[in-house]
Unconditional design. Sequence first.
Length: 92
Amino acid sequence: MEASQSHTISKTRYDYIITGAGCAGLSLLMRMMEDAFFADKQILLIDASPKQSNDRTWCFWENGAGLFESIVKHSWAKVQFASDYFSGLLDL
């Protein structure tokens, strides 16, 4: 937070506070918002940065269509692993 920004104290009570708007935090928030159990819950997401630009690259492995299918930009059918003891191209 920049020194010029003011701090405000809120008296709002939250049932859940998610710290960090990274892959895990945003995925958790999305799942919670889709679950009827959380419909009447107060959820706060906080992050150290205002996230004014797209600074994310998310990678995941999944069989078939999934939660993030609508935002997939690239997909691969194989992955290459290499080490001192093994090297191979594997199907995903």
